[in-house]
Write a protein of this length. Structure first.
Length: 212
């Protein structure tokens, strides 16, 4: 099915990113929330060096909560959208003081934290707790709209898997590397036979060849 094909592609092609660490790691919550704040409105390649430097200087959520805002903003310098850094700092203190450093499993409770909206809440719940959620960013929206030739606002029922966290990352990765905005790599796509966009584009190309 669709989930299996996308996950199969992901297992063989996923990028090695510094925040993708073992589910058993004690740093999982910290790495995931830090990376998601950094990735808001910023590309992966831009975030990687900032993330590495940040966790080197501030190695844990507790250390982040105890840091002063000036230090956090200095580490964030050049990444832009500085309200993200301020909200991350506030959220780290709430997580340490009220949640023992653990990200809440409840969507409403998670969304109440500074800087966390629907998208980030869905991502974190899927990645950390394997909850069946799909986070709709630009990459995922493009993949779904091409697949089904329609805007899909609540796509979770279209997928069936026990690897919910991996599926969230797989869809984002697939949109970034294969189903790109311009010149999508359709010939390398493992789900092109299911794709309405590919079917329509193939017909157009076929008609052009006939005319020639």
């Amino acid at each position: 099915n669709l989930s299996k094909k996308i996950l199969s592609w992901y297992d063989n092609n996923k990028r090695i990113l510094p925040w993708r660490i073992s589910q058993k790691s004690k740093k999982k919550h910290y790495y995931r929330i830090l990376s998601e704040f950094m990735l808001q409105q910023t590309q992966v390649k831009t975030v990687i060096p900032y993330f590495k430097n940040f966790v080197h200087k501030v190695p844990s959520l507790k250390a982040l909560s105890k840091s002063n805002e000036k230090k956090i903003l200095k580490l964030w310098e050049g990444l832009g959208y500085y309200s993200r850094a301020k909200n991350l700092h506030k959220t780290s203190r709430i997580l340490i003081n009220k949640h023992k450093g653990i990200i809440p499993e409840n969507f409403t409770e998670l969304k109440a934290l500074p800087g966390i909206g629907d998208y980030t809440a869905n991502v974190l719940l899927a990645l950390i707790y394997n909850q069946p959620r799909i986070a709709i960013d630009g990459n995922v929206r493009r993949v779904l709209s091409r697949l089904f030739k329609a805007n899909v606002e609540d796509p979770i029922n279209l997928f069936e898997t026990k690897r919910n966290g991996d599926l969230v990352e797989a869809l984002m990765e697939f949109g970034a590397l294969i189903c790109k905005p311009k010149n999508p790599r359709c010939n390398e796509c493992e789900i092109k036979k299911m794709c309405a966009y590919y079917a329509s584009e193939s017909k157009i190309q076929f008609k052009r060849k006939i005319k020639i």
